[in-house]
Ligand binder design. Structure first.
Ligand code: NAG
Ligand code: CU
Length: 175
Protein backbone atom coordinates (compact mmCIF):
# COMPACT_ATOMS: atom_id res chain seq x y z
CA UNK A 1 0.00 0.00 0.00
CA UNK A 2 2.76 2.39 0.95
CA UNK A 3 4.95 1.44 -2.05
CA UNK A 4 2.02 2.01 -4.44
CA UNK A 5 2.20 5.75 -3.66
CA UNK A 6 5.87 5.95 -2.77
CA UNK A 7 7.48 4.57 -5.95
CA UNK A 8 5.93 7.04 -8.41
CA UNK A 9 6.62 9.93 -6.03
CA UNK A 10 10.26 8.91 -5.63
CA UNK A 11 10.62 8.44 -9.40
CA UNK A 12 9.18 11.88 -10.12
CA UNK A 13 11.35 13.49 -7.45
CA UNK A 14 14.46 11.79 -8.85
CA UNK A 15 13.54 12.91 -12.36
CA UNK A 16 13.13 16.53 -11.25
CA UNK A 17 16.42 16.51 -9.35
CA UNK A 18 18.24 15.06 -12.38
CA UNK A 19 16.74 17.58 -14.83
CA UNK A 20 17.52 20.55 -12.56
CA UNK A 21 21.09 19.34 -12.05
CA UNK A 22 21.65 18.98 -15.81
CA UNK A 23 20.20 22.44 -16.49
CA UNK A 24 22.36 24.07 -13.83
CA UNK A 25 25.53 22.38 -15.07
CA UNK A 26 24.79 23.40 -18.66
CA UNK A 27 24.01 27.01 -17.72
CA UNK A 28 27.10 27.82 -15.63
CA UNK A 29 29.69 29.63 -17.71
CA UNK A 30 32.37 32.26 -17.17
CA UNK A 31 32.74 34.88 -19.88
CA UNK A 32 35.87 37.02 -20.15
CA UNK A 33 34.51 40.44 -21.05
CA UNK A 34 35.49 41.42 -24.61
CA UNK A 35 37.23 38.11 -25.39
CA UNK A 36 38.34 36.62 -27.66
CA UNK A 37 38.86 39.65 -29.92
CA UNK A 38 39.29 42.16 -27.07
CA UNK A 39 39.27 42.46 -23.29
CA UNK A 40 38.22 45.23 -20.86
CA UNK A 41 39.78 48.05 -22.88
CA UNK A 42 39.09 51.20 -24.92
CA UNK A 43 38.67 49.43 -28.27
CA UNK A 44 36.03 46.75 -27.74
CA UNK A 45 32.42 47.32 -28.79
CA UNK A 46 30.64 45.88 -25.74
CA UNK A 47 27.12 46.33 -27.15
CA UNK A 48 28.21 44.08 -29.99
CA UNK A 49 29.95 41.65 -27.63
CA UNK A 50 26.86 41.05 -25.44
CA UNK A 51 24.63 40.60 -28.51
CA UNK A 52 26.25 37.31 -29.43
CA UNK A 53 26.01 35.87 -25.92
CA UNK A 54 23.19 34.88 -23.57
CA UNK A 55 23.74 35.29 -19.82
CA UNK A 56 21.92 33.19 -17.25
CA UNK A 57 21.85 33.23 -13.44
CA UNK A 58 24.88 31.23 -12.26
CA UNK A 59 27.12 32.55 -15.03
CA UNK A 60 30.07 34.80 -14.25
CA UNK A 61 31.79 37.57 -16.15
CA UNK A 62 35.49 38.28 -15.72
CA UNK A 63 37.06 41.68 -16.36
CA UNK A 64 40.70 41.27 -17.38
CA UNK A 65 42.79 44.43 -17.76
CA UNK A 66 45.79 46.35 -16.47
CA UNK A 67 44.90 47.82 -13.07
CA UNK A 68 47.18 50.76 -13.86
CA UNK A 69 45.04 51.70 -16.85
CA UNK A 70 41.44 50.85 -15.87
CA UNK A 71 39.01 49.82 -13.17
CA UNK A 72 35.54 48.28 -13.00
CA UNK A 73 32.62 50.03 -11.33
CA UNK A 74 29.16 48.52 -11.10
CA UNK A 75 26.54 51.24 -11.35
CA UNK A 76 22.80 51.71 -11.74
CA UNK A 77 21.16 52.50 -15.08
CA UNK A 78 21.32 56.20 -14.13
CA UNK A 79 25.06 55.96 -13.53
CA UNK A 80 25.50 53.99 -16.75
CA UNK A 81 23.60 56.49 -18.88
CA UNK A 82 25.46 59.44 -17.32
CA UNK A 83 28.88 57.70 -17.17
CA UNK A 84 28.98 58.48 -13.46
CA UNK A 85 30.49 56.19 -10.81
CA UNK A 86 29.56 58.57 -7.97
CA UNK A 87 26.71 56.45 -6.60
CA UNK A 88 28.23 53.11 -7.47
CA UNK A 89 27.06 49.69 -6.34
CA UNK A 90 30.59 48.27 -6.10
CA UNK A 91 34.07 48.87 -7.47
CA UNK A 92 36.95 46.57 -8.42
CA UNK A 93 40.52 47.15 -9.46
CA UNK A 94 42.55 43.94 -9.31
CA UNK A 95 42.86 43.59 -13.09
CA UNK A 96 41.16 40.21 -12.81
CA UNK A 97 37.71 40.84 -11.39
CA UNK A 98 35.07 38.11 -11.43
CA UNK A 99 31.45 39.16 -11.05
CA UNK A 100 28.74 36.57 -10.40
CA UNK A 101 25.49 37.05 -12.29
CA UNK A 102 23.31 35.64 -9.55
CA UNK A 103 19.82 36.67 -10.64
CA UNK A 104 17.70 37.63 -13.63
CA UNK A 105 17.99 41.35 -14.37
CA UNK A 106 20.23 43.95 -15.98
CA UNK A 107 23.70 44.78 -14.64
CA UNK A 108 25.68 47.88 -15.60
CA UNK A 109 29.45 48.34 -15.42
CA UNK A 110 31.81 51.08 -16.52
CA UNK A 111 35.42 52.11 -16.25
CA UNK A 112 35.67 54.92 -13.73
CA UNK A 113 38.82 56.52 -15.13
CA UNK A 114 38.29 59.96 -16.59
CA UNK A 115 36.96 59.86 -20.13
CA UNK A 116 37.00 56.08 -20.52
CA UNK A 117 33.26 55.50 -20.13
CA UNK A 118 32.51 58.42 -22.45
CA UNK A 119 34.74 56.69 -25.01
CA UNK A 120 32.57 53.59 -24.81
CA UNK A 121 34.17 51.63 -21.97
CA UNK A 122 30.88 50.53 -20.43
CA UNK A 123 28.84 47.36 -20.60
CA UNK A 124 25.22 46.45 -20.02
CA UNK A 125 24.57 42.77 -19.28
CA UNK A 126 21.06 41.35 -19.47
CA UNK A 127 20.73 38.21 -17.34
CA UNK A 128 17.82 36.05 -18.50
CA UNK A 129 16.24 32.90 -17.09
CA UNK A 130 17.81 29.61 -18.11
CA UNK A 131 15.87 28.14 -21.02
CA UNK A 132 14.87 31.59 -22.28
CA UNK A 133 15.37 31.98 -26.02
CA UNK A 134 18.61 33.72 -27.01
CA UNK A 135 18.34 37.11 -28.72
CA UNK A 136 17.90 37.39 -32.50
CA UNK A 137 21.58 38.20 -32.99
CA UNK A 138 22.68 35.05 -31.18
CA UNK A 139 20.16 32.92 -33.09
CA UNK A 140 21.49 34.24 -36.41
CA UNK A 141 25.16 33.80 -35.50
CA UNK A 142 27.08 31.09 -37.27
CA UNK A 143 29.43 30.49 -34.32
CA UNK A 144 29.47 27.27 -32.33
CA UNK A 145 27.97 29.19 -29.38
CA UNK A 146 24.73 29.53 -31.36
CA UNK A 147 24.52 25.77 -31.83
CA UNK A 148 24.87 25.05 -28.11
CA UNK A 149 21.36 26.09 -26.96
CA UNK A 150 19.58 23.79 -29.44
CA UNK A 151 21.90 20.93 -28.53
CA UNK A 152 21.12 21.60 -24.88
CA UNK A 153 17.39 21.75 -25.55
CA UNK A 154 17.66 18.43 -27.39
CA UNK A 155 19.47 16.76 -24.51
CA UNK A 156 16.91 18.08 -21.99
CA UNK A 157 14.10 16.63 -24.10
CA UNK A 158 15.92 13.31 -24.39
CA UNK A 159 16.57 13.12 -20.65
CA UNK A 160 12.98 14.08 -19.84
CA UNK A 161 11.65 11.43 -22.24
CA UNK A 162 13.97 8.77 -20.82
CA UNK A 163 12.95 9.62 -17.27
CA UNK A 164 9.25 9.58 -18.16
CA UNK A 165 9.63 6.16 -19.80
CA UNK A 166 11.54 4.87 -16.82
CA UNK A 167 8.83 6.20 -14.55
CA UNK A 168 6.12 4.56 -16.68
CA UNK A 169 7.88 1.17 -16.50
CA UNK A 170 8.26 1.39 -12.74
CA UNK A 171 4.78 2.73 -12.15
CA UNK A 172 2.63 0.66 -14.53
CA UNK A 173 2.38 -2.58 -12.47
CA UNK A 174 1.43 -0.51 -9.44
CA UNK A 175 -1.36 1.52 -11.04
C1 NAG B 1 32.02 54.38 -5.20
O1 NAG B 1 31.14 55.13 -4.38
C2 NAG B 1 31.71 55.58 -3.17
C3 NAG B 1 30.63 56.29 -2.39
O2 NAG B 1 29.52 55.47 -2.24
C4 NAG B 1 32.89 56.48 -3.44
O3 NAG B 1 33.49 56.86 -2.22
C5 NAG B 1 33.89 55.76 -4.31
O4 NAG B 1 34.93 56.65 -4.67
C6 NAG B 1 33.22 55.24 -5.56
N1 NAG B 1 34.19 54.46 -6.32
C7 NAG B 1 34.54 54.78 -7.55
C8 NAG B 1 35.55 53.89 -8.19
O5 NAG B 1 34.09 55.73 -8.14
CU1 CU C 1 39.43 52.50 -18.43
Amino acid sequence: MVTRVLVPVVAVAAALVAVVAVMEAAAAATYTVGAPDGLWDMQTDYAQWVKTRTFHPGDKIMFTYSAELHDVVEVTKVGYDACSSANNISAFRTGNDVVALTAVGTRYFLCGLTGHCDSGMKIRVDVVAAGAAPGPAAAGSSSSAAAAPSARAGSYAGIAAALLMQRAVIARPLW
